[in-house]
Design a protein around this ligand. Structure first.
Ligand code: C5P
Length: 286
């Protein structure tokens, strides 16, 4: 049995450049894996079985794990079946990439269990067809992603992890709905490469071009951001299309217990192995 950690991600900055003819949006974003994650166990078996515990998640063909299994079998022509168990901790509709991470972890695991028929580059290309964020999780944990988000350039780990607190309200956010509310013409013309360089020079500016659209779609999110800043955080930035905020600094929070509040750290993986639970534990996963 192979048991792997499946981390969540943050977009430390997310620039939306334009709407494309295929309806997707051209992005330029600095992605970072974090110490919050799911656990996934994989075994070769006589027939496929997907089970789960933890947060509730659909386990039918719509689950990205099931889609990754089908895609792996189709692309490698390997006639194998798998028992997969998911311990779900990353909230859904949160902007943390949980489903995409599970898909990438599944591609990696199946490749290991079947004697590595595919190269990492192939897994990255296959991941990109499953969802815009899947390819990122096959990077080393820090990557500059362009295109729909699926074209990735792995980067050196960032010089420093700040103190990050995730705050997720009890309601979720729908990614297609947020993109539909987005007007690219009103976005500030920030040069993403300049912002990327600044992260490595410790002159950091977090931003997310999806925030205004998410606030239009879910006005409560705009109010939550104000509350987080008022409570003392230096920055409170929407994670992906929301509904989680990642907050930098310290604050005295008095939120309803239905809000998830969690301290996390950046997480990177060594070149030839997967993200490890042990390193996430050391970084403070609870
Ligand atoms: O690729 P993924 O399944 O994550 O995309 C979910 C939805 O988010 C898409 O159907 C699309 O509406 C929107 N999206 C987009 N541009 C991107 C990524 C996602 O418009 N670069």
């Amino acid at each position: 049995m192979l048991t792997l950690f499946s981390p969540a991600k943050l977009n430390l900055f997310l620039r939306v450049l334009r709407r494309r003819e295929d309806g997707f949006h051209e992005l330029a974003s600095l992605f970072q894996a974090i110490s919050l994650g799911d656990m996934l166990s994989f075994s070769l078996a006589a027939h496929d079985q997907l089970t789960a515990e933890g947060l509730s998640v659909p386990l039918d063909g719509s689950n990205l794990i099931a889609k990754a299994v089908d895609l792996f079998r189709k692309n490698t022509a390997i006639d194998a079946s798998f028992t997969i168990h998911l311990n779900k901790r990353i909230p859904l509709e949160a902007g943390l990439g949980g489903g995409s991470s599970n898909a990438a972890t599944t591609l990696w695991a199946l490749n290991e269990l079947t004697g590595r028929p595919a190269t990492l580059e192939q897994l990255v290309a296959w991941g990109g067809t499953l969802g815009s964020d899947v390819a990122f999780f096959l990077s080393s944990g820090t990557a500059y992603c362009t295109g729909r988000g699926e074209i990735l350039k792995s980067l050196e780990p960032l010089p420093e992890t700040p103190s990050i607190t995730l705050v997720k309200p009890p309601y979720g956010s729908s990614t297609p709905q947020v993109y539909r509310a987005l007007n690219c013409l009103t976005l500030p013309h920030r040069d993403p490469i300049q912002y990327l360089d600044r992260f490595y020079e410790n002159d950091i500016e977090y931003f997310n071009d999806l925030e205004t659209a998410a606030f239009a779609a879910i006005p409560d999110l705009a109010q939550l951001k104000e509350e987080l800043l008022f409570a003392g955080f230096e920055h409170a930035v929407l994670a992906g299309s929301g509904s989680t905020f990642f907050c930098i600094g310290e604050a005295k929070l008095s939120l309803d217990p239905t809000y998830l509040i969690k301290k996390v750290r950046y997480l990177n993986r060594p070149l030839n192995s997967w993200y490890s639970l042990e390193s996430a534990w050391k970084l403070g996963i609870t």
